[in-house]
Write a protein that binds this ligand. Structure first.
Ligand SMILES: Cc1ncc(COP(=O)(O)O)c(C=O)c1O
Length: 392
């Protein structure tokens, strides 16, 4: 018999914390008469660019859209190769496929989960056009090394900063190191707009092109056509996408900007409680700190070493679920998925470090929405499971 009392409500993985201002801002927008891309998107972009210290930020419908636009704007297409990590969400590599280029994976640093610059260097060919790094779990990549590598080989450097809004590396915000950077405002992210994303860049012509491409390739967006600013005509200057953000989303995002650091501190406190509560469990590998800079603490990823722990990752996930705790897997490595195997001949054995993480990793709930007792409950359940007790 277990001594743990199973909680009533399910601990949702990635539940966001929304300040009341964000809810009020959405309601105000709904009443304003303008729901589409307009003044609130412009204000959100300005606040976001200021927060990052980036000259330009262009709001879009998702991080996936931002990554796709980045590759399009940099001219990546058929015959090109783009190097990225297999330890990421499908979107990072799928967008490479959508441009007609080939996704080329390189292995990760097993401690940080980030792309290994040496592994990247080893797969660069004359066809390589760009590198997409992912700041895995919020831990900043060694961006000086990636910058050097990109410059040496004449490659574009793109940051998938979906996990890393609050991260820094060597005194500079993550998202300002690459030629372009993409952020996500998906519901599990530290700032959410329901769905949404941002493309950041220092180059004004790239930002301008992104503004055109995000809305069908029109020379003039709807706000410029229908508001008092406006001439109502427009021209299609290239076949763009439907990747714009709405004012409803932007109002929600803008209202969260002033909370980012507060919520990061809160996640840091919860992180420490996990570290203290779990550190002595055999076969459990806890997530490392950032090697350098500021960790955005987006994901708390543990690893279960099946040789040392009393059970494997999948069984742990099932038991935690029975104890009403939601978890996530970040990630099943992309080269193990059928599409990437069938289309490009990837197979198990090619990226052993990413594979070990893929097989052993489990993300425990960590958001600013959580209370300390939520973390203490997860710790209590984990400790009971390690003692061999059934919970749930
Ligand atoms: C590393 C990474 N890249 C890209 C994305 C895609 O973001 P979005 O859902 O905003 O398109 C995600 C989403 O979770 C992600 O974690």
């Amino acid at each position: 018999m277990s001594g743990v009392r199973v909680r009533q409500d399910f601990l949702i993985f990635g539940a966001p914390r929304l300040p009341e201002e964000a809810i009020a801002a959405v309601v105000e927008t709904l009443r304003s008469g303008w729901l589409g891309t307009g003044p609130r998107v412009a204000a959100f972009e300005e606040a976001f660019a200021r927060y990052l210290g980036a000259p330009h930020a262009v709001a879009v419908g998702s991080c996936t859209a931002a990554l796709h636009l980045a590759l399009k704007i940099l001219g990546v297409g058929p015959g090109d190769e783009v190097v990225t990590t297999p330890l990421t969400f499908a979107a990072t590599a799928n967008v490479i496929v959508h441009t007609g280029a080939r996704p080329v994976f390189a292995d990760v640093d097993e401690r940080t989960g980030n792309l290994d610059p040496e592994a990247v260097a080893a797969v660069i060919t004359p066809r390589t056009r760009a590198i997409i790094v992912v700041h895995y779990a919020g831990r900043p990549c060694p961006m000086d090394r990636f910058r050097d590598l990109a410059e040496r080989h004449g490659l574009f450097l793109i940051e998938d900063a979906a996990h890393a809004l609050e991260a820094w590396y060597r005194g500079r915000k993550i998202g300002t190191w690459g030629d372009m950077a993409a952020f996500s405002f998906y519901p599990t992210k530290s700032l959410t707009t329901g769905e949404g994303g941002m493309l950041a860049t220092a180059r004004s012509e790239w930002a301008e092109r992104a503004r055109v491409l995000r809305l069908h390739g029109l020379s003039r967006d709807a706000w410029k056509r229908y508001s008092e600013e406006g001439a109502i005509d427009y021209e299609v200057v290239e076949p763009g996408f439907k990747y714009n953000m709405t004012d409803i989303q932007a109002a929600m995002g803008l209202a969260q900007m002033s909370y980012l650091e507060r919520w990061l501190e809160r996640r840091a406190r919860l992180w420490t409680l996990y570290q203290e509560g779990l550190r002595d469990l055999p076969g459990l590998i806890l997530p490392p700190e950032a090697t350098e800079g500021v960790h955005a603490r987006h994901l708390y990823t543990i690893r279960v070493d099946p040789g040392e722990a009393p059970f494997d990752r999948d069984r742990l996930a099932r038991w935690l679920h029975q104890a009403r705790i939601g978890t996530g897997i970040h990630y099943k490595a992309l080269h193990l998925h059928p599409f990437y195997q069938q289309a490009y001949g990837y197979r198990r054995g090619m990226f052993p470090r990413a594979e070990r993480i893929s097989d052993q990793t489990l993300s425990l709930p960590l958001t600013a929405h959580m209370e300390e007792e939520d973390v203490l409950y997860v710790v209590e359940v984990m400790r009971a499971l390690w003692r061999g007790e059934a919970v749930g």
